[in-house]
Ligand binder design. Structure first.
Ligand SMILES: O=C(O)C[C@H](Nc1ncnc2c1ncn2[C@@H]1O[C@H](COP(=O)(O)O)[C@@H](O)[C@H]1O)C(=O)O
Length: 460
């Protein structure tokens, strides 16, 4: 057998590439290296603009061409870095060499020694991760989550009054509406989306062990703590003043826990919609040219929801592992976080893929109102709760002397299938006020939905 040419191992880079490629802009090796160049360049610009160590501020044109190193970062830089890292065996050092090399081409040799000045690699890495993860969340993942929330919201409004038998414990229970059930999910996701949007992206910039030792020895008179804060904040990040060599990664744990939480709520949505499809509540809209089963021609399979379910599980497995492990580092640092963080894109990628499938799936289903109505109509016994509650109210109001209404209804309904006629006959004989009796006689399983419709308006 002939060996295949080199192949991607992750399906995110193969089969599913198109659905997740937007994340590659930030959470790929190249995205990370571009951010590293950005941090190195901005630090150079900071030092020179403050005339540190007798340097002079760069001209507007010089600053612009320096910023071009990251703004126009491309394939040539990616290749250059790969070659250099093969020699240095140190990824951040390779980035420093790239910046120095480009400084020479720009005629800025005189400031070359300010490149990576007093920095440890983590000073560059932690700011780069904060920048890229923040961009990936805000530019890619959150908008996709909002797309799904938007679809849920639209379906919730459309089906706000479509009564449906509820099934607590899988058993017929007090009805709801399909719209309200979807609104519950949208509401939960909206809360988590807000928490994710509020993530604090922390950055440290304090040298090899977080003490500013090299900084102070180079210039004892400078206010390095203030400089560090000013520089980190100039990148749009929140300054972390107290760390070891590494940024402590607590913000990452917080973020990944939130995304993983969103994954689990979405998983609940995927399996519930799958179940509604299986019960015939949702019809799947046939897609032109598509095949359901390779052998059973009649089938349309809910593959979008099944794909989402699996990818949400994979995403949470990766993000849970990141959240659990990134918060520990032996003594002043170990390097385990380096390889772990290279998988942030994997965690977000599986979640993004799931969101993409959920969005498609939600756009390919149609509510079968007749199926919902038929199910309600064959479960009149669920009105037992309504009747016993009305009797209790009547007893308290002095309009009935029935004792233990719950037991009475239990006797009538528990484990039994009861039709409309049985219930009407039962209610007519009840010793309760006429107004309450009239209300109960008008009640049907389809109208026993409380304030479901109105509750949909509680969506923000
Ligand atoms: O500023 C420093 O570098 C300080 C140094 N700590 C390090 N901090 C950050 N990166 C480091 C460190 N050490 C190694 N490397 C480089 O990390 C890369 C690890 O590769 P991989 O395991 O594939 O993620 C790989 O490129 C490694 O060369 C220390 O001694 O404390």
């Amino acid at each position: 057998m002939t060996a295949l040419p080199a192949q991607p191992l992750s399906p995110l880079d193969g089969r599913y590439q198109a659905a997740v490629s937007d994340l590659g802009e930030y959470l790929s090796e190249a995205g990370l290296n571009r951010a590293r160049v950005q941090v190195e360049v901005e630090w150079l610009l900071y030092l020179t603009s403050h005339s540190m160590f007798g340097s002079s501020p760069l001209s507007v044109e010089q600053a612009e061409s320096l910023r071009g190193l990251y703004l126009e970062f491309g394939q040539a830089d990616i290749d250059w870095l790969a070659e250099k890292e093969a020699v240095t065996r140190h990824d951040v050092k390779a980035v420093e060499y790239l910046v120095r090399d480009r400084l020479a081409s720009l005629g800025l040799d005189s400031i070359a020694e300010l490149t990576h000045f007093a920095c440890t690699s983590e000073d560059i890495n932690n700011l780069s991760y904060a920048l890229t993860v923040s961009a990936a969340v805000q530019q890619v993942w959150l908008p996709k989550l909002q797309t799904v929330i938007g679809l849920l919201r639209a379906l919730a409004v459309e089906h706000r009054a479509d009564a449906m038998l509820a099934r607590t414990h899988g058993q017929p229970a007090t009805p709801t509406t399909m719209g309200r059930e979807l609104a519950v999910v949208a509401w939960r996701l909206e809360r988590i989306a807000e928490q994710v949007a509020g993530t604090e992206y922390l950055g440290k910039f304090s040298g090899a062990t977080g003490t500013f030792a090299a900084h102070v020895v180079a210039d004892p008179s400078a206010d390095w703590i203030r400089i560090s804060q000013e520089f980190v904040e100039s990148l749009g990040l929140t300054w972390n003043p107290l760390t070891t060599q590494i940024e402590s990664h607590d913000w990452q744990a917080e973020l990944y826990n939130r995304v993983s939480h969103a994954n689990r709520v979405l998983h609940n949505l995927a399996t519930d919609v799958w179940t509604y499809i299986s019960m015939g509540y949702f019809r799947q809209i046939p897609q032109a040219g598509a095949t359901g089963s390779s052998t059973m021609p009649h089938k349309i399979n809910p593959i979008r929801f099944e794909n989402a379910e699996a990818n949400l599980e994979l995403s949470s497995a990766v993000l849970d592992s990141l959240a659990a492990t990134l918060v520990t580092s032996r003594l002043q640092r170990d390097l385990t976080d380096s390889t772990t963080q290279r998988n942030i894109g994997v965690g977000f990628g599986h979640s993004l893929l799931a969101l993409d499938n959920l969005a498609r799936g939600l756009g390919e289903i149609d509510l079968d109102r007749a199926a919902l109505a038929a199910d309600l109509d064959s479960n009149w016994e669920i009105l037992g709760e309504a009747i016993q509650t009305v009797i209790r109210a009547e007893v308290v109001a002095g309009r009935s002397s029935i004792s233990d209404p719950y037991a009475l209804l239990k006797e009538l309904t528990r484990g039994k299938r009861i039709g409309r006629d049985d219930l009407v006959a039962f209610v007519e004989k009840l010793d309760i006020g006429d107004e309450a009796k009239g209300r109960l006689l008008e009640l049907t399983p389809a109208s026993y939905v409380g304030l479901s419709d109105e509750l949909v308006d509680r969506l923000p």
